[in-house]
Design a protein around this ligand. Structure first.
Ligand code: PLP
Length: 361
């Protein structure tokens, strides 16, 4: 049997949530479990992180899947709903909804249920993707509050560059957000629950913490920053992708390996064939030199990634068929592999395919 496996560590999840609480001790935690909990399994993660104060998903179907799995904590839908019917369902299920555009206010106003539904009013403080401008937000706020459905209203924004520690962008965004809070305060509104921080905000921008933080990648043990490793941040990898050597070949100096013959041995060497490929979610663009751990030793990937296999230069490492290989996770951060593949760990975690066997550790 082919031995490609995806191990998920519940202990690492617990540990990383503790890191969130240490970094943002006064905030409530909305653990982000969208995209099947960044590929880890939304139900498994939500059940493991039951002490979260709530869960964040992208859209209604993801929220419904959590309920179907027996998750009873508050769930916030971060893109909000796409129709009146979806608003009806969200209200019926007790989900909190983000409202980021006028159309969604109309869904609230027209919904046949009487609520209450908790709303996050999304403010565009500079990301320019979703949300009301601070100027438009005051009117939006009034309409939302007037809708008979509305329960509590919170203010939410999202950072464009919180991972860039030298960029002035995050301070500007925090400033615009706080200014809007003051405008609403002067207009007699009580302080509203607020939520600004993703993982990078939690770790690097304490002024952004507010009432609720929204950690994603740090819960899964990866770093949101290019210049700081997950280990330095005290995070532990949750997902470990492993497989085994299924062949070991001897190559003479000058002989190529793999499709396109893109890598050529510079000396006589031994090549290990690992049973993992882009059909499993290993990134096809991983370059020569991408690290792979074989029985705990770091060796370079060589040649192109195929659908079912990758090849590594074993040199004189005394290993044979059956040797355990870690593609990322325990001992080899997905951040490092992602950097060699020209992407970010988020993408690697999300893309492991269903043919890889899953195990919970
Ligand atoms: C609105 C929102 N909040 C929070 C997060 C979590 O971000 P991160 O995984 O960088 O912590 C995301 C993820 O993309 C998001 O879209």
């Amino acid at each position: 049997m082919r031995e490609a496996r995806l191990g998920i560590s519940r202990q690492a999840l617990h540990h990383n949530l503790r890191r969130v609480r240490e970094a943002a001790p006064y905030a409530r935690v909305l653990s982000m479990v969208k995209a099947d909990a960044y590929g880890h399994g939304a139900a498994l993660v939500a059940e493991t992180l039951a002490e979260s104060d709530g869960f964040g998903v992208a859209f209604l179907e993801e929220a419904l899947a959590l309920r179907a799995a027996g998750i009873r904590q508050p769930v916030s839908i971060l893109e909000g709903v796409f129709s009146e019917l979806e608003m009806f369902e969200a209200v019926r299920q007790g989900f909190s909804v983000v409202v980021h555009q006028e159309e969604q206010i109309r869904f609230l106003e027209n919904c046949r249920l009487t609520g209450p539904v908790d709303v996050w009013l999304k403010i565009d403080t500079g990301m320019h993707r979703l949300g009301f401008s601070p100027e438009a937000a005051v009117m939006a706020f009034r309409r939302i509050r007037a809708a008979r459905l509305t329960g509590s209203i919170g203010l939410l924004t999202h950072f464009a560059a919180a991972d860039e520690l030298d960029s002035p962008q995050t301070e500007k965004q925090i400033g615009r957000f706080r200014a809007l809070q003051q405008v609403l305060g002067r207009a007699g509104e009580l302080p509203l629950p607020d939520s600004l921080a993703n993982s990078a905000g939690i770790l690097a921008w304490p002024a952004s913490h507010g009432a609720w933080v929204r950690p994603g990648i740090m819960l899964y043990g990866c770093s949101p920053f290019a210049e700081r490793t997950a280990e330095e941040l005290g995070l532990r990898p949750v997902m470990t992708l492993t497989s085994r050597l299924i062949a070991v070949r001897t190559l003479k100096k000058g002989e190529p390996v793999g499709y396109g013959a893109t890598w050529v041995a510079e000396r006589d060497t031994r090549i290990g064939v690992v049973a993992i490929g882009y059909g499993d979610g290993y990134p096809r663009h991983a370059r020569n030199g991408t690290p792979v751990l074989v029985e705990g030793h770091c060796v370079p990937l060589v040649g192109r990634v195929s659908m079912d296999m990758v090849t590594v230069d074993l040199g004189s490492l005394p290993v044979g068929v059956g040797a355990r290989c870690v593609l990322w996770g325990d001992g080899l951060s997905a951040d490092v592999v992602a950097a060699h593949a020209g992407t970010i760990s988020y993408e690697l975690l999300c893309k492991v395919t269903s043919r890889v066997m899953r195990e919970v550790w």
